[in-house]
Design a protein. Structure first.
Length: 703
């Protein structure tokens, strides 16, 4: 908490709670609960980083740190999809700490207390903090909110203080990473020779005639003989092309637990009965609170908010006191609405604006800004391009949305702005600029004030499988699993009972779906964990089905075996053989026309304006070797040798070549090359250090 004390001493403020937090990691799952079987031993290994084994317990504790911050910030437990993201964030954080901390230490990189203070409340406040603390009226950073956040933190509970301490750590780590990346990125340099080559590639232009002979149409597959020994030899020489990750092939039988016809009829009967009760209920909110299965059975729809789609698609105009429904929703539930009340409340309207900021400017600066705003306003009046102008000139967070402010009450905005907007008698552009403390605004009214509020009582029943339906499906699945001791029995039993066997091939170890079955992670964990090839699983309960699976095969990460990649290898070997056969048939032919006569299905086309820097031939595709060979010709009229590409064989004739002219200054090309290399540097550094650290990820066995 040293940073907090220093901030307090320098500002005279008691440090307060940062309501909203800045940790953007998304968390989920209670890995450290007393009932968790995953932490019964610290021998479970989830990965290795720089030769150090990462235990499941260590990883779970790291996730728990962020989980506490997430819950402090949002006030809720994260969902499972959020959990997927946060585990990846936590893992990457552990890699960065172990891989980069040593690099920082070697270089003497550090973040001082004074620097952290500047990042939190000085002149260089970190973007994460600025994004969280914005004025809703302007969309701009509001430092007064920051001060109020910092006024009570030291007297807050330990969980809130721990969250802030974690933020301090993240700020420092992020700043060190920026320093490290910038240090290496700014060391990038392009030589004059490299700049000349870049200039030559971009400005050397050829006109050519190109003969393209695709493998598929040139020679039939039946004409090519390939032996297993040739496939093995090719794979041995080209293993780098066929690295495989952890994957598995499974077969499974799915037992649906979707609602039956009887289930649907029962729900319809029940909601019709309840609908009649709602019509005559003395207390609508109490009735729906007691009988509805929705989380929000009593809602108020304010001006600008939309009535439920299942209501508006069935009813043109709602009337106070009337009951509508039941209707079926997009989520396959049944819903009835009663308009409990309609009343006039605080008016709301909708508008867009373009802000020309004047914060901190003197009179001369404000005058210049006003003149610019007047010019833009005149252009909009003439051409009607408000949204485009907002994206181009707007200086707050609404610019990217075309200046749209959404629906707002008069009290939501500063007085000059609100008065001008609410004085409008019709939608459209206000004729004059509006000046506020934030600057000059161009305003377009998109919806006039509306003060009608509607209270809805929502009676909703979910259409779900009944206990009887679920029990019957489970009995079938459990019986099938018990009778299927191995894969052969699995197949025999499924065939005898008429169950459809589904295949899921090349399932990635980190996948969460099994074909079109979502949230099937526990099946995949089983396949890559305790399961052996040929084994049959117990019953898995997924979202809408029970599943019994058998593991057909499993591939471990590393070099591919021929049986795993036979089809890909065979195609590549066939292309090589076809290329040799094509070249043999072209031998002795001196013109492209003679060559095309040998292969009538080949294409022969002129390609003007071809640049050395390109790697794609129009109408043909990726062909860098053919393009490079063409530009290697010395004079017009020459023909290249047949060039083998992945898509076929290409022969080109150079009709004319316009070489790049010499220029006096190549610094712009040097700058382009250096900038491009710098932009790639951050990613390349990360990948290189991870490779050197030999990161191994086994989390797929547990999550």
């Amino acid at each position: 908490m040293a940073l907090i004390k220093q901030i307090r001493q320098r500002t005279g403020l008691a440090i307060g709670v940062i309501a909203g937090g800045l940790i953007l990691f998304l968390l989920g799952g209670d890995l450290l609960s007393p009932n968790s079987s995953l932490l019964n031993t610290n021998q479970n290994i989830v990965g290795e980083i720089a030769g150090e084994e990462i235990t499941l317990e260590e990883f779970a504790l790291r996730v728990e740190e962020f989980k506490a911050s997430f819950q402090q910030r949002t006030g809720r437990i994260p969902s499972e999809p959020e959990m997927v993201s946060v585990r990846e964030q936590a893992w990457q954080a552990m890699i960065v700490e172990r891989v980069f901390d040593e690099e920082y230490e070697k270089l003497g990189l550090q973040v001082s207390s004074q620097e952290l203070i500047d990042m939190v409340q000085g002149k260089n406040i970190v973007p994460e903090l600025r994004a969280q603390l914005t004025n809703p009226q302007t969309g701009q950073f509001d430092k007064t909110q920051l001060i109020s956040f910092l006024q009570s933190l030291e007297t807050a509970d330990p969980a809130q203080q721990a969250a802030w301490a974690q933020q301090e750590k993240l700020f420092a780590q992020a700043r060190n990473r920026v320093k490290y990346d910038n240090l290496l990125a700014t060391s990038e340099y392009a030589t004059t020779a490299e700049a000349k080559l870049e200039h030559k590639s971009a400005n050397s232009i050829a006109d050519a005639t190109v003969l393209f002979i695709p493998y598929a149409s040139a020679i039939a597959d039946s004409e090519v003989t390939i032996s297993d020994s040739e496939l093995s030899a090719y794979l041995s020489k080209n293993q780098e092309k066929f690295k495989v990750g952890n994957s598995a092939n499974l077969e499974y039988v799915s037992f649906s637990i979707l609602p039956s016809g009887e289930d649907s009829a029962a729900v319809i009967s029940r909601i019709k009965e309840l609908t009649e009760g709602l019509k005559t209920a003395e207390n609508d909110s109490a009735f729906v609170s007691q009988n509805s299965e929705t989380q929000s059975p009593f809602v108020t729809v304010a001006p600008g908010d939309q009535l439920p789609a299942s209501l508006t698609t069935n009813v043109a105009q709602v009337v106070k006191g009337e009951t509508y429904g039941p209707f079926i929703t997009a989520n396959s539930s049944y819903v009835t609405y009663k308009v409990t009340d309609q009343y006039e409340g605080t008016p709301k309207m909708r508008a867009s604006h373009i802000l020309f900021g004047t914060d901190g400017m003197d009179d001369a600066g404000k005058a210049a800004v006003k003149q610019q705003a007047e010019t833009v306003l005149a252009d909009i009046k003439a051409n009607g391009n408000f949204a485009e102008a907002a994206r181009q000139y707007g200086q707050d967070g609404t610019a990217q949305n075309g200046g749209d402010l959404g629906w707002f009450a008069k009290a939501d905005f500063v007085e000059p702005f609100a008065n001008a907007a609410y004085a409008a008698k019709s939608t459209g552009l206000l004729s004059n600029l509006v000046e506020t403390e934030y600057g000059y605004h161009i305003i377009e009214v998109t919806e006039l004030p509306n003060s009608t509020y509607t209270k809805l009582s929502v009676l909703e029943l979910e259409l779900v499988a009944s206990d009887a339906t679920r029990n019957e499906a489970f009995r079938n699945a459990d019986s099938f699993a018990a009778e299927s001791g191995n894969r052969n029995q699995f197949t025999e039993n499924a065939t005898d009972k008429g169950f459809r066997i589904l295949q899921a091939n090349n399932v990635d170890a980190s996948s969460r779906n099994l074909n079109n079955i979502a949230n099937a992670r526990e099946v995949i964990i089983w396949a890559f964990g305790e399961a052996s090839v040929g084994e049959v699983s117990s019953v898995f309960e997924l979202d809408n089905s029970y599943v019994v699976a058998t593991l057909v095969s499993r591939k471990e990460e590393g070099e591919a075996k021929l049986e795993d990649v036979r089809d890909q290898v065979k195609q590549l070997v066939m292309n090589d053989k076809k290329a040799a056969m094509i070249q043999e048939k072209l031998a002795g032919k001196t013109t492209l026309e003679e060559m095309k006569a040998v292969f009538p299905d080949a294409s022969l086309n002129d390609v003007p304006g071809l640049r050395l820097s390109t790697s794609v031939l129009p109408g043909i595709g990726f062909a860098p070797k053919a393009i490079g060979t063409l530009f290697g010709l010395k004079s017009s009229g020459q023909i290249t040798k047949p060039v083998q590409e992945d898509i076929g064989v290409i022969v080109s004739k150079l009709n004319s070549l316009t070489p790049a002219t010499e220029i006096g200054d190549y610094t712009s090309y040097q700058a382009q090359l250096s900038q491009a290399a710098s932009q790639r540097m951050t990613y390349q550094i990360m990948m290189a250090l991870q490779e050197l650290a030999k990161v191994k990820d086994y989390r797929y066995k547990y999550f």
